[in-house]
Write a protein that binds this ligand. Structure first.
Ligand SMILES: [Cu+2]
Length: 152
C-alpha cells in the first residue's frame, strides 16, 4: 500500500516536472502583417497556429510589406506573411504552406487574392458554411502566377 502510494506520488512529480523540462514546442516561425481590426486575419492566424506555425503578428497593415516583398497588388489580400523566405498573401490554407516549404520551388510565394468565402479565416459562423471556389496561386519572382492548388 505504502509503496504503491509512493510510486504514484513519484510519477505524479515526474509528470508535473515535464512541462518545465521540455522546451516549448517550436512550430515553424512565421511573420504576419495585418490591420489590427481585421477579424478574418485573426481567424487565419488561429488556423495557422492550430496547424503548428509559431506566428508573430505585426499590427500595422500589410500594404507596405506586400510592396516591399514584391507581391503584385493585383494578387493582394488583407494580410501578408513571410515564412521560410516565401511571401504568403491572403487566406492560404496551412497545408499549402506546408507543401510549399516541403517542395521548395523557386518562387516568391503563394497568394489567395481577395478574400474568398470558405477559405481558412473566411469560414466563420456568419458565412453559414458557404464555400466559394478559389485557387491558391504560386507566384513567381517576376509576378506571374500559376495555380498551385485549386479548391472547387
Ligand atoms: Cu481576410
Amino acid at each position: 500500500m505504502m509503496t504503491t502510494r509512493r510510486t504514484l506520488i513519484t510519477s505524479l512529480g515526474a509528470v508535473l516536472a515535464l512541462p518545465a523540462l521540455a522546451a516549448k514546442p517550436q512550430g515553424t516561425a512565421m511573420e504576419v502583417w495585418k490591420d489590427p481590426n481585421c477579424g478574418c486575419c485573426k481567424d487565419w492566424v488561429k488556423h495557422l497556429e492550430q496547424a503548428g506555425f509559431a506566428v508573430r503578428v505585426f499590427e500595422k497593415g500589410n500594404e507596405a510589406k506586400r510592396a516591399e516583398l514584391g507581391m503584385p497588388q493585383a494578387l493582394g489580400s488583407c494580410h501578408t506573411g513571410v515564412v521560410g523566405g516565401y511571401a504568403i498573401e491572403g487566406h492560404v490554407p496551412a497545408k499549402d504552406i506546408q507543401r510549399l516549404l516541403r517542395e521548395k520551388p523557386a518562387a516568391l510565394g503563394l497568394s489567395v487574392p481577395g478574400m474568398p468565402i470558405g477559405s481558412p479565416g473566411m469560414d466563420g459562423a456568419i458565412y453559414k458554411g458557404r464555400k466559394d471556389p478559389f485557387d491558391v496561386l504560386l507566384v513567381a519572382k517576376n509576378g506571374s502566377s500559376t495555380v498551385f492548388q485549386s479548391y472547387r
